[in-house]
Design a protein around this ligand. Structure first.
Ligand code: ADP
Ligand code: MG
Length: 701
């Protein structure tokens, strides 16, 4: 029997009375499997002696003491008992807050086992968090909630508690359940893998995660259960990739153009004033092969800010057009969608492509006209926001869907996008590099192309940190750049003034920068609350140089491309995530001139905050920054990840366990190669992982 099949109700556990069963149910624990999968969050090692004198070197003392004397301090309800004790090494004081009954239990002259966290205070070694047990007798053990057995001399599990649960109850019931049902549990990992990785059997791992004999055994138990989870996660990922291939095999449309761009693509390249970087070219060729291949593409294109992903997307669109079919290019904001549409018009219309721009703000008449043209196939490439995939939008023959800045969409209903065509190719593009570890999980069933190089001639952006009190110097510097005809961005965390926060906001600063600080240069404000037409006009004016200073919130974070802008000033920089800072910084350094990024921070910035900003100073590689961000903030903060199912693992942590993850992935894929049915729903699967799996719709295609 597998653990997941232990759906037996907890009331079958010996010693689980109706009250206990009810308490468990309140915390969502009804089956024995559910109980046994509630792993401890920590363990207390009471298996080794730690004498009083060593209280400072260990998390807790574990020793045998003699009670020397009682004493009381405080008055009335605050009256508190102090018990003086000593072992062979030192004297100490137990401060018995709210435990006056200990006066009767801790008898002067007798000996007790003692476990406690001690600290040094008022010249004494003190503890307020301790447990005691009479040296010969287990009545104290009863009170400690260990089911009459001593809670000393072993490693004790500490469970996460909720709704009326106590450590004592959980320890008692888990132990009973293990005794009754634990031994016959079958292994879920294939035997070769258990052997290769030096893991425990399932039964042994489960017992040891709850009641380890030694810390070494605990470590092995953790490794076993972590590996098991990661292995099944990767089996699922691998299955999904396989399914896509099986399910969707389609007629091969064209003989692969092999290792050079196709005809129409070459015509675009001839018109460009520059050559593709080798990273771009490789990506284009990979995409061509996918698009000509026997099953739909599902590819993630990663490339740092400014690496030229848009062009790769256009090349892919041309491949679809060349086959007489349609492409849709979706961007997360109207601003960015418009920029793409303008570029597409400029670059692709001369090649005979018919381009349309579709957003939610289109007037009804224009919209219905456009929808007709799309449905009739009179449009080759539609560029827009998620409006491209509204219910009433139909395509004649949608062959390619490009999702730009896909991290911005979180969990888009990709299935609704894909439903607009007959198994269209999907190209997702992300400039917030996805840390490798996440890429293996959340996006693990996608093929990945990475552009590692930057277009030539780019000078790395020079980054400077500045205290808020030194902002004058920053403004002075920017003034010099403006005087040379350059443009600047100023970014703030807030749109408008907030009485409660002592922060600069974009609105007030637009005013101040324009009137007081740089009166000679036109400034304008842009943020998400402005209407699209106003945003469009402002961006256009900034792009053609009428506006010199663009004051913004993080709306300019994504995609905006104005090569003449050479300064990015981010005030209250500590308020932004590292990935956001990286994106913002990527707005400059797009032309030939040297560019600068100023991160202005509060004078009272914390050490943590400084560490984060130092990451920006020391790194320009978005991949490195994303990894650092992940380490500093945890995966929950990475946009889109929280809904992805990635976080619903029980004991494994793909970041911490990155190495195990990579091995588990290898193992999983090997297993699937030999036995593609390995994760059939009624095959050997960990139900728990599967139950939690639906969130993977994040990458369901
Ligand atoms: P991102 O990858 O951040 O989306 P973009 O596609 O916006 O980057 O490209 C940034 C800028 O680089 C654009 O102005 C684009 O025209 C330019 N660019 C793209 N590819 C090249 C290249 N191979 N050589 C020179 N400039 C390029
Ligand atoms: Mg882009």
């Amino acid at each position: 029997m597998f653990l997941r099949e232990l759906s037996t109700s907890v009331d079958h556990i010996r010693g689980a009375g109706p009250a206990a069963v009810r308490t468990l149910a309140q915390s969502g624990i009804t089956s024995i499997a559910g109980l046994l999968c509630r792993y401890p969050r920590d363990w207390e090692d009471r298996s080794i002696e730690v004498p009083l004198k060593d209280f400072g070197s260990y998390p807790a003392v574990c020793t045998v003491v003699t009670v020397l004397a009682h004493d009381w301090f405080g008055f009335g309800r605050m009256r508190t008992l102090k018990v003086y004790v000593e072992d062979d090494t030192a004297r100490a004081v137990l401060v018995c807050f709210n435990r006056p009954f200990l006066e009767k239990q801790l008898i002067v002259g007798r000996r007790y086992r003692l476990w406690g966290r001690f600290f040094y205070k008022y010249g004494e070694i003190q503890s307020t968090a301790f447990e005691v047990e009479a040296l010969d007798g287990d009545d104290a053990g009863e009170r400690a909630g260990t089911g009459g057995k001593s809670s000393f001399g072993k490693i004790l599990p500490i469970y996460p508690l909720s709704a009326g649960l106590s450590q004592g109850l959980l320890r008692r019931l888990v132990r009973s359940a293990l005794d009754q049902y634990g031994a016959p549990l079958e292994d879920e990992l294939p035997g070769e893998i258990t052997a290769k990785e030096g893991l425990l059997s399932k039964a042994a791992a489960l017992r040891a995660i709850h009641f380890p004999q030694t810390l070494g055994e605990l470590e092995k138990a953790k490794n076993t259960l972590i590996y098991e989870e990661l292995f099944y996660l990767e089996i699922m990922v691998g299955r999904r990739a396989l399914e896509r291939r099986d399910r969707d095999t389609r007629e091969q449309t064209a003989v692969s153009s092999g290792d050079e761009p196709s005809l129409l693509q070459k015509r675009l390249l001839e018109r460009l004033p520059f050559k593709l970087t080798s990273g771009q070219l490789d990506a284009v060729l990979e995409i061509n092969r996918d698009m000509d291949g026997p099953y739909p593409m599902a590819r993630l294109l990663q490339g740092d800010v400014g690496s030229g992903k848009t062009l790769v997307a256009f090349m892919a669109a041309l491949r679809a057009v060349e086959q007489g079919r349609q492409a849709a290019v979706m961007a997360p904001t109207e601003l960015l969608a418009r920029q793409h549409a303008e570029n597409a018009a400029r670059l692709l219309e001369p090649l005979g492509c018919r381009i349309a721009f579709l957003t939610g703000n289109l007037r009804a008449s224009g919209r219905s006209h456009l929808l007709k043209a799309l449905a009739a196939g009179d449009i080759d490439i539609a560029v827009g926001t998620h409006a491209l995939f509204s219910k009433d939008v139909e395509y004649r023959d949608l062959r390619l869907v490009v999702v730009d800045e896909q991290h911005r969409f979180g969990v888009v209903q990709r299935s609704s996008i894909m439903a607009k065509g007959d198994r269209p190719d999907l190209l997702m593009m992300s400039a917030t590099p996805i840390p490798r570890t996440l890429a293996l999980t959340v996006f693990g069933d996608l093929d990945v192309s990475v552009i590692r190089d930057m277009p030539p001639g780019r000078k790395p952006v020079k980054t400077h940190l500045a205290k808020q009190s030194n902002e004058g110097k920053v403004y002075e510097f920017v003034g010099k750049e403006l005087a040379q005809g350059r443009q600047a961005y100023f970014v703030y965390p807030l749109i408008e003034m907030d009485e409660n926060k002592d922060l600069k906001d974009a609105q007030s600063m637009a005013d101040r920068l324009g009137r007081e600080i740089f009166p000679r240069y036109p400034a304008a404000l842009i943020h998400s609350k402005l209407d699209e037409e106003e945003k469009r006009k402002t961006m256009e004016a900034f792009r053609n140089g009428e506006i010199k200073i663009l004051v913004a919130t993080s709306v300019v974070e994504v995609g905006v491309d104005v090569p003449n802008a050479s300064c990015m000033v981010i005030e209250h920089a500590e308020r932004f995530g590292l990935s956001a800072l990286h994106q913002l910084r990527g707005r400059v350094g797009r032309g030939d001139a040297q560019s600068y990024c100023f991160l202005v921070y509060s004078d009272d910035l914390s050490e943590d905050g400084k560490t984060r900003l130092m990451v920006m100073l020391e790194n320009s590689d978005g991949f490195v920054i994303a990894e650092e961000d992940l380490k500093l903030r945890g995966p929950g903060q990475i946009a889109g990840i929280e809904q992805s199912g990635y976080l619903s693992l029980g004991i494994a942590d793909p970041v911490r366990d990155a190495e195990a993850l990579a091995r588990a992935r290898g193992d999983a894929f090997t297993v699937l190669e030999k036995d593609p049915g390995f994760l059939d729903p009624d095959h050997r699967v960990i139900a728990r992982v599967l139950e939690k799996a639906p969130p993977f719709s994040g990458v369901t295609l």
